[in-house]
Write a protein that binds this ligand. Structure first.
Ligand code: S3P
Length: 214
């Protein structure tokens, strides 16, 4: 069928080339990183990896980089040196990683609570809060026991307390995307849509060269 004979919606759909839209996001991003923030179990690593793949950008996980830099696992760092030491390393490692954009960077749940890290992310990234309900978070973190903050007898109370403390700060992120119990690729699409809207990257507008910076 020729374009003229298609319904406007179909024609529109055809023109909005996916790869073009993704390229427009990359262009508007420049050297900045897409930084995923949110509580433990929000899906930052799983979504981040797939988002990077979709956007054809490198993926970096801050917690993994901290473990590499320390030569120890996160539970070992907490046990041997304490949380304050971990937070110090976390701030330094994220500052270093942010110099290497563009990329998708997923951060540990406490990272964005540090004012220096928040300022750094604001300067060198576009932040995306993956926001999830308590029930979803608990279901996901229950699958692993690698999180020192949840190692006590009542992880759900700890999680509730962290939600109360952190959600008002996470709300400063550039974008918020609901992390629900749907396949990760669905969340990735929601993040891409949010990025496109925020960066002004509808394919047509990108063609006209009017992507705006945030
Ligand atoms: C933490 C979250 C963890 C990890 C550390 C502390 C937190 O990362 O950085 O255990 O303070 O919320 P994930 O959010 O990737 O589980």
């Amino acid at each position: 069928m020729s374009d003229e004979r298609m319904s406007p919606t179909l024609a529109e759909h055809k023109t909005e080339d996916r790869s073009e839209r993704l390229a427009a996001i990359r262009e508007a991003l420049g050297p900045r990183s897409i930084v995923l923030i949110g509580l433990m179990g929000a899906g930052k690593t799983a979504v981040g990896r797939r988002l990077a793949n979709r956007l054809d950008l490198p993926f970096v996980d801050a917690d993994t980089e901290i473990e590499v830099a320390a030569g120890q696992s996160i539970p070992e760092i907490f046990a041997e040196h304490g949380e304050a030491y971990f937070r110090q390393g976390e701030r330094k490692v994220i500052a270093r990683l942010l110099e290497a954009g563009p990329q998708v960077l997923s951060t540990g749940g406490g990272a964005y609570m540090n004012a220096d890290t928040r300022a750094n992310i604001r300067a060198r990234g576009v932040s995306v809060w993956l926001k999830a309900e308590l029930r979803v978070l608990m279901k996901r973190v229950g699958r692993r026991d690698n999180r020192p903050l949840l190692a006590g007898t009542d992880p759900e109370t700890v999680m509730q307390k962290l939600m109360a403390e952190r959600y008002p700060v996470y709300a400063e992120a550039d974008l918020t995307v609901e992390s629900r119990e749907v396949p990760h690729e669905v969340i990735v699409t929601a993040v891409v849509d949010a990025l496109a809207a925020k960066l002004g990257c509808k394919a047509e507008r990108a063609k006209a060269g009017c992507c705006r910076k945030i």
